[in-house]
Design a protein around this ligand. Structure first.
Ligand code: PLP
Length: 421
């Protein structure tokens, strides 16, 4: 199946006379014929559900669909994009370990890496993603266990050279984790460029309608966890009666460890209702992404031509520093999100935002409705000046997320708001 078909048919196949639409299995528990069967389930010797903190048929159907969309061996839904990134990392590393990350990532991810994970004994080095392979390599230490970046950075709108990052990561025997939230598997599938693990805030385009908070981790199934750097995978897990994940699960060791060990212990599995709502969004993802990309390209060029605008950052514009990467990584569009710096710094940005009538000021992005935010006042408020610069967030920067409305209505709204700047 092609991706337009997969979003509608992957993950759930109705039986003869069965419900055409994926059902919501609103149950925390599952019934068994014998104690022996329960024992086998707990030994992971037979497939099946134990308890909805670990798996649920509705959520698993959505996971299978997302794994198929990204081209991975398995996926795991969790309660937020934040948890997806936290778990993607802590599934493979712990106190004393180190991560190399692009600094052009979501503000919440910077906080997670630089503050909360640091408190847990995990260190991070942020290094400019446009650095040469030699410079990137210098950021690695003997205890580095993962490399991290975003396909399209929020809100810097930088495009990650995934192949370059993958080459450097693999040279050091560590996996590349890519947050693919803005691109979605419709626009870019990082596994095709060497990434090992993909994460998403499914709160964004995957859902698309701002009705659930969720995250997902996808495992490509290709990374060699037995390369000597990851004893968590190759030594017996005392919390799971001595299971050795690489022996037991082979290519899907990573995603199964994440579920049966990490999600079991942390209790961050989403509800069937939320997964079902997200699935409804997935069904129209390619249709929406096409419109988002088309609208954003027009809006970017409109801003670019305005004398009230200092700078527009959208990858299809030739002025974008990563414009050359678009052909390879994002040939079908660059999402609906762009960064705009309005003349007049913070004051100009605020005046523009407060004058918009159709576009809503919301703490959200990648929604079907056009929405805007001033990151320096909101999502990136906690960052230092230095971190703001590294994340590409200047005081006058606005994150403009083009929805699926009629393009003329969006442009008219921008036009009237710019008059007030
Ligand atoms: N990753 C990216 C790229 C994001 O944009 C966000 C949120 O905006 C997150 C992760 C965190 O996701 P959530 O808000 O679902 O926790």
């Amino acid at each position: 199946m092609r991706i337009n078909t997969k979003v509608l048919h992957s993950g759930y196949t109705p039986e003869n006379g069965g419900t055409h639409v994926l059902p919501i299995y609103q149950s925390t528990t599952y019934r068994y014929d014998s104690t022996e069967h329960v024992g086998k389930l707990f030994d992971l010797a037979v497939p099946g559900h134990m308890y909805s903190r670990i798996s649920n048929p509705t959520v698993v159907a959505v996971e299978d669909k997302i794994a198929d969309l990204e081209g991975g061996v398995g996926a795991l839904c969790v309660t937020s994009g934040q948890m997806a990134n936290f778990l993607a990392l802590t599934n493979i590393l712990g106190a004393g370990d180190h991560v190399v990350s692009s600094p052009a990532v979501y503000g919440g991810t910077i906080n997670l890496l630089a503050v909360t994970m640091k408190r847990l004994g995990i260190e991070v080095t942020f290094i400019d993603a446009r650095s040469s392979e030699e410079e990137l390599s210098k950021a690695f230490r003997p205890n580095t266990k993962a490399m991290f970046g975003e396909t399209i950075a929020n809100p810097a709108i930088d495009v990650l050279d995934i192949e370059k990052f993958a080459r450097v990561a693999h040279r050091h025997g560590v996996p590349l984790i890519v947050d693919n939230t803005f691109a979605t598997p419709v626009l870019c599938r990082p596994f095709e460029f060497g990434a090992d693990i993909v994460t998403h805030s499914s709160t964004k385009y995957m859902d698309g309608h701002a009705i659930q908070v969720g995250g997902v981790i996808v495992d490509r199934g290709n990374f060699d966890w037995a390369n000597g750097n990851y004893p968590l995978f190759t030594e017996p897990d005392e919390s799971y009666h001595g299971i050795v994940y690489t022996d037991y699960f082979g290519k899907s060791a990573y995603i199964n460890k994440a579920r049966f060990q990490m999600v079991r212990d942390l209790g961050v599995y989403p509800s069937a209702q939320d997964a079902w709502l997200m699935n409804l969004g997935l069904e129209t993802l390619p249709l929406r992404m096409e419109r988002h990309c088309k609208n954003a390209d027009i809006v970017a060029r409109y801003f670019d031509a305005s004398d009230k605008v200092e700078y527009v950052k959208y990858p299809t514009l030739p002025s974008h520093p990563d414009h050359e990467l678009v052909k390879k990584y994002l040939p079908n569009g660059c999402s609906g999100v762009l960064s705009v710096v309005i003349k007049g710094g913070r004051e100009g940005a605020v005046r523009f935002l407060d004058s918009l009538k159709l576009a809503s000021i919301v703490v959200h992005v990648a929604d079907i409705r056009t929405c805007v935010l001033h990151p320096a006042s909101a999502t990136h408020r906690q960052l230092t000046e230095e971190q703001l610069v590294a994340a590409g967030v200047t005081p006058g920067l606005i994150r403009f997320s083009c929805g699926c409305e009629d393009i003329d209505d969006i442009l008219e709204d921008i036009e009237q708001a710019l008059k007030n700047v």
